[in-house]
Design a protein around this ligand. Structure first.
Ligand SMILES: [Cu+2]
Length: 575
């Protein structure tokens, strides 16, 4: 079953009602997965109650309404709150634009939603609780021909039969891995805390799909939705050699100028890369392949990338390396946007001429790096977690249920060089006292035997550097919401919070690491009229929600004198 695609646009909020129709009996889960669900919209700017927190799940027989506000970041900044910029806009469905408050440089495009139920995220997402969401905007409208009257439409490859959101030439590719048992059902190992790898790489939940394409440009929005597998994709020409394509967006954020590549960078779990392939460079009847070059043989980290020739020859220890999808170039095909209409590039008899659009040289403007109000260091490490409250013995929301005596979780996070903690939803590890303040954060990987793709909910950061290590052009000064740390690596980015106050999380998106408590809680205070303070912690039960008052780590709270002392101390592990 293909994963769903939800199309939304700036200026039109969405209510997504999720019904939980799973069996009440937990034992009917075929060995893994939990019937209590939470739906996280990665990485939209939504109120905390609609973020899909890992501890805000709901039960069989209930529904939960998520209010997807389609808020554009910086709408609460007086510079952008008037909604006067035509670039900060959404398609009105009738050839024009609806302006919205916010900064057009923070427009988002390719996103996704997935289950986030603590301790069961990997299992539930693996079982299919995920889909993609595209946000359409004035500049990135999903219409390659329309003149909107204000000259903001970038006219990126997409199609033109609908006002916005055409998918004839703008295609979401969700890449996930799977393993099956002898009866053909999904197999999963719940006792592996390093990470779980499937031996089959699927595209839109299909093994080895074939897509017919016209000889022209297509946009592909590629998501890695694996549990623990990193991928590295390249395009093989009909002759089996790497062939160039253009990179236009990272994690749903347009880059300033398109970047020509022969291979994508490594792509960690939850990262999204948008690329443009021009099939006009090849002839009708020819076939190209999307190829995974990255060998990974355990859940800790990838081994290395192999050559295109080795990938085709199967000269690798990893059955998921090699061609994963085929493109067949045809002279005409039926539109997906308007069924029954036939399309061709030059307008063969009985078809609509779609032509081959060009890609602009400039896609957006750079947000500058400035002196921060404060800096923070967050280190992700291996260790004995402390999810259990020493006084009450309780964990929020769950202790490690794999064993009767519940050993501690194996993954921890340290803030500003202080003590290591694993997830307790009733503990705030990072507190942002005021919206609009610019901070610089450094994420550190405390070990060399692992890589971690770390996801920050709710806001995107501008990637500044990777310490002394090299940084690719697809990351430098580019906005992202997931960063691979690299083994013993680090990454620094500029971040600014706003729009909403409330509770969010920051975590490893190797969903097995996440489930074993490599998460922390982030609390945003709002200075706006509604005065959102520190929010109580929801503890859901089948009979309703019990609220508890969270503790706040001093090293994560700039209002606490101990914050400055901790921030001034060197991090415990700097490679
Ligand atoms: Cu991890």
């Amino acid at each position: 079953m293909p994963a769903p695609l939800i199309q939304a646009r700036y200026g039109e909020p969405v209510i997504t009602r999720i019904y939980n129709d799973l069996p009440v009996d937990r034992s009917q889960n075929n060995g893994f997965g939990r019937n209590e669900i939470s739906n996280h919209f990665h990485n939209a700017h939504n109120g905390a109650e609609s973020d899909g927190a890992c501890n805000a799940f709901h039960f069989p027989g209930t529904f939960y309404d998520y209010h997807w506000s389609t808020a554009l970041a910086r709408r609460d900044n007086p510079l952008y709150s008037q909604g006067t910029d035509w670039k900060a806009s959404g398609p009105d469905g009738n050839g024009g634009l609806v302006r919205v408050p916010g900064d057009f440089r923070e427009i988002q495009g390719t996103m996704w939603f997935h289950d986030h139920r603590f301790f069961f995220t990997a299992e539930n997402v693996y079982k299919g609780m995920a889909g993609m969401v595209n946000y359409y905007s004035g500049p990135d409208r999903g219409n390659e021909k329309l003149d909107d009257g204000h000259g903001v439409n970038l006219k990126l490859p997409s199609g033109s039969l609908k006002d916005y959101g055409n998918i004839d030439f703008d295609v979401n590719l969700m890449v996930s891995d799977a393993a099956t048992d002898q009866s053909g059902q999904l197999f999963f190992d719940i006792f592996n805390t390093d990470g779980f790898l499937g031996d089959m790489l699927l595209v839109n939940h299909t093994y080895g799909p074939v897509m017919k394409v016209l000889p022209r440009k297509y946009r592909f929005r590629i998501l890695n939705s694996c549990m623990s597998r990193f991928i590295q994709l390249a395009l093989a020409s009909p002759f089996g050699t790497p062939t160039p394509f253009q990179f236009i967006a990272n994690d749903g954020n347009l880059v300033v100028n398109p970047i020509t590549l022969l291979s994508l960078d490594q792509q960690g779990i939850a990262e999204r890369y948008d690329i443009i392939i021009d099939f006009a460079r090849f002839g009708v009847g020819q076939k190209l392949h999307l190829v995974n070059l990255l060998q990974q043989t355990d859940g800790r980290k990838p081994d290395f990338a192999v050559t295109m020739a080795a990938a085709f020859a199967g000269d690798t220890l990893d059955p998921a390396v090699g061609p994963i999808m085929q493109f067949q170039i045809v002279s005409q095909l039926e539109s997906v946007d308007v069924r029954g209409k036939m399309l061709s590039v030059y307008g063969a008899p009985g078809t609509i001429a779609v032509g081959n659009p060009s890609v602009p040289l400039v896609l957006t403007q750079q947000i500058p790096i400035i002196a921060p109000v404060r800096t923070r260091v967050v280190e992700f490490a291996r260790g004995d977690g402390d999810s259990r409250n020493p006084t009450t013995g309780e964990c929020t929301p769950d202790c490690n249920p794999l064993s009767a005596n519940s050993p501690p979780f194996p993954w921890v996070i340290k803030v500003n060089g202080q003590a290591a903690h694993s997830m307790n939803a009733n503990r705030i590890s990072l507190l942002v006292p005021k919206p609009g303040e610019v901070e610089h954060w450094t994420y550190i990987n405390g070990g060399g035997g692992w890589d971690h793709p770390i996801h920050l909910h709710f806001e995107e950061g501008i990637t500044m550097n990777r310490g002394l290590d090299t940084i690719p052009s697809t990351e430098l000064n580019v906005r992202k919401d997931v960063w691979r740390l690299r083994p013993s690596g680090q990454v620094q980015f500029q971040i600014q919070f706003g729009e909403f106050g409330g509770s969010y999380v920051n975590h490893c998106h190797n969903t097995v690491h996440e489930d074993f408590a490599m998460l922390l809680r982030l609390q945003l205070l709002s200075a706006k009229g509604e005065q959102v303070g520190v929010t109580d912690t929801p503890n859901p039960t089948p009979d309703g929600v019990v609220w508890t008052t969270p503790e706040i780590l001093p090293e994560g709270d700039p209002r606490n004198p101990q914050f400055a002392a901790a921030a001034a101390a060197p991090a415990t592990t700097v490679p």
